[in-house]
Design a protein around this ligand. Structure first.
Ligand code: ADP
Length: 242
């Protein structure tokens, strides 16, 4: 982790979000404060419905909060136009959706290349870099497959390669090991952890999987729309990335 005077990648203050209105209103966020530092792997845990997905959607610029602020790399997302926010997100954030969100009619190589193409990288170069990332997640032999030809675990690995291919400073993952058995989950976490440390990226991971808790630098415990406490992992809790 970085020394304490390094600027945070994510700074959330007083975030609130309510879905619906009147009798059917659901307060998903009730005033969330959160900081995530470069090189830090933060896990967000808590019971279903406590607001985890809402929080990471606001952090990733996919959803607007009602009140409060969310700054990424010092940029307040609310100050950007919709178009600027889409561009900012495309450049700085990698997102691993729980449902993968792969494009079914594209090969997995093309799927992984999408963030690069959106950022204006030439097709040949985008495909070359996508191939390298698919190699890193052990899918080099499946580059021509389409998503439906892969298992859930393989699709999850494609989604992770796609989230990392454009070298974002912040990676946000919703349940990245939910479709993986223990061995494959540990492999993915080793990879995510080493990428965070080596490249000084910040990672925010929503998870229900206690087997991966030891990979966190910090765990934020969420309940009923607020972060109740954050606990620091000690060095002896952290598994080897060998
Ligand atoms: P978690 O990820 O912790 O399961 P969510 O952020 O998905 O929690 O949901 C928080 C609360 O907001 C829940 O009560 C959920 O039912 C509600 N909620 C989430 N998304 C919507 C939506 N699009 N419309 C209405 N209510 C929603």
């Amino acid at each position: 982790m970085e020394p304490l005077d390094t600027p945070s990648v994510v700074v959330c203050r007083g975030l609130t979000k309510t879905y619906g209105a009147g009798d059917t209103a659901t307060k998903a966020l009730r005033g969330v404060d959160l900081d995530v530092r470069p090189g830090e792997l933060l896990m967000l845990v808590g019971p279903s419905g406590c607001g985890k997905t809402t929080l990471i959607s606001v952090i990733a610029g996919i959803l607007d909060q009602d009140r409060g602020s969310c700054a990424l790399f010092g940029q307040d997302l609310a100050r950007l136009s919709h178009r600027e926010r889409v561009r900012f997100r495309g450049r700085h954030i990698g997102f691993v959706f729980q449902s993968f969100n792969l494009v079914p009619c594209l090969t997995i190589l093309e799927n992984v290349a999408v963030p690069l193409l959106i950022n204006g990288v030439k097709r040949a170069e985008a495909l070359r870099r996508a191939k390298r990332h698919l190699d890193q997640v052990g899918l080099l032999d499946r580059v021509s497959a389409t998503p439906t030809q892969l298992s859930g675990g393989q699709q999850q690995r494609v989604a992770i390669a796609r989230a990392l291919v454009h070298d974002p400073g912040l990676v946000v993952c919703d349940e990245p090991t939910s479709a993986l058995d223990h061995g494959a989950g540990a492999k993915i976490m080793d990879m995510l952890k080493s990428l965070a440390v080596k490249n000084n990226r910040a990672l925010v991971i929503v998870t229900h999987d206690p087997r991966i808790f030891p990979y966190a630098d910090r765990i934020a415990h969420m309940d009923d729309g607020v972060i109740q406490e954050t606990s620091l992992q000690t060095v002896s809790d952290t598994p080897s990335c060998a």
